[in-house]
Design a protein around this ligand. Structure first.
Ligand code: GDD
Length: 320
């Protein structure tokens, strides 16, 4: 029997290499990936030679159509996105172009080429936005009250996935992942930014002051390596048309994240609030319940948060 073909959009991002690595280690699929900028191919390391790579710009329908014509995937993991919440206020139009228009281009290519892949759509906990304390933990049924342009773009993608499933039978499975972190994450995101700064301070290449934004926000963190296991399971055991929350179930304040990382630091560090790191509106508290996904797949997060942070710090220690 010939191997199934899995295509990962945005394979050179933070999550893409972890997912490609996992799929290749399982050995039963050929892995393909799209990238926008060839400079980012170095994030793949030795995986690069084992993945069929396609240059693709989601905002350009022609390259999307061309990629899908050639790749003809059985599984499609749609990870490519403008995923930086803070940036989405400064680059709202670009956020919508990549996330919303890009997803329409992808769906239209699949539809017009009459392909029938099982599609995992990387939706986000950020879509829930302002959730009342009594509505936590968030489930698939919790209403959306998005607080950022990024969140609105993700809500739109979520609804488009539902609509294409209903209109055309597109086999879209929506995974609403909560925050995930770990080795390879860009330094625009809170855990990675703090870890990188600590590594720089330890090395003596930055002053011993860590600037921070809102420390009162509460988020639900899962290791990226657990999240990609969930994504891989979703296309096999999940049901097209359905939505699944992917979360650890534990809410942690950003202050707790900071304190944990500071305890791992080899040098003393001063902490200062930088008003430039505060957002026009910030989601106060989000944590989720993955019961529906656990029921469908038996997935559960396995890597303890302390391990994730320690691996992340070591990742930066090896790079700064
Ligand atoms: N980035 C950042 N940098 N955030 C900070 C900082 C800082 O120095 N200090 C405090 N924060 C606070 C933010 O205000 C926010 O409340 C929280 O830390 C988390 O910020 P991010 O790490 O940027 O993540 P996010 O929750 O906004 O969004 C991430 O998770 C979503 C859910 O999975 C992103 O990865 C999204 O793409 C993703 O959809």
């Amino acid at each position: 029997m010939s191997k199934k073909r899995a295509l990962i959009t945005g394979v050179t991002g933070f999550v893409g290499p972890h997912l490609a690595d996992l799929l290749l280690s399982q050995g039963d699929v050929d892995v393909m990936g799209t990238y926008r900028d060839s400079q980012n191919l170095q994030t793949l390391g030795p995986l690069r030679d084992r993945i069929e790579l396609y240059p693709m710009d989601l905002t350009d329908q022609a390259t999307v159509q061309e990629t899908l014509t050639q790749a003809r995937p059985d599984y499609l993991f749609h990870l490519a996105a403008q995923s930086n919440v803070a940036q989405s206020w400064k680059k709202s139009a670009q956020t919508f172009d990549v996330n919303v228009l890009g997803t329409i281009h992808l769906f239209e290519a699949i539809r017009t080429l009459a392909l029938d892949p099982v599609i995992q759509i990387a939706c986000s906990s950020e879509q829930y936005g302002l959730v009342a304390q009594e509505d936590l933990p968030v489930t698939e049924e919790t209403a959306f009250h998005p607080l950022s342009p990024y969140a609105v773009s993700r809500v739109t993608v979520d609804l488009l996935s539902y609509q294409y499933f209903k209109s055309y039978g597109l086999q879209a499975i929506r995974t609403r992942a909560f925050n995930h972190t770990g080795p390879g994450q860009g330094d625009q995101f809170v855990c990675s930014r703090f870890a990188k700064k600590i590594a720089e301070i330890e090395k003596g290449i930055a002053p011993a002051v860590l600037t921070v934004g809102n420390l009162e926000a509460v988020r639900d963190f899962t290791d990226v390596r657990d999240v990609v296991r969930a994504y891989a399971m979703s296309v096999v055991k999940g049901k097209p048309g359905e939505t699944y929350v992917i979360a650890s179930g534990v809410g942690r304040s950003i202050r707790e994240v900071l304190e944990r990382l500071l305890r791992m630091s080899r040098v003393p560090i001063l902490v200062e609030i930088d008003p430039a790191l505060l957002r026009p509106s910030d989601v106060p508290a989000l944590y989720g319940a993955s019961d529906k996904f656990k029921e469908a797949t038996d997935w559960k997060p396995e890597i303890p948060f302390e391990q994730t942070l320690s691996d992340l710090l070591d990742y930066w220690r090896a790079r700064v």
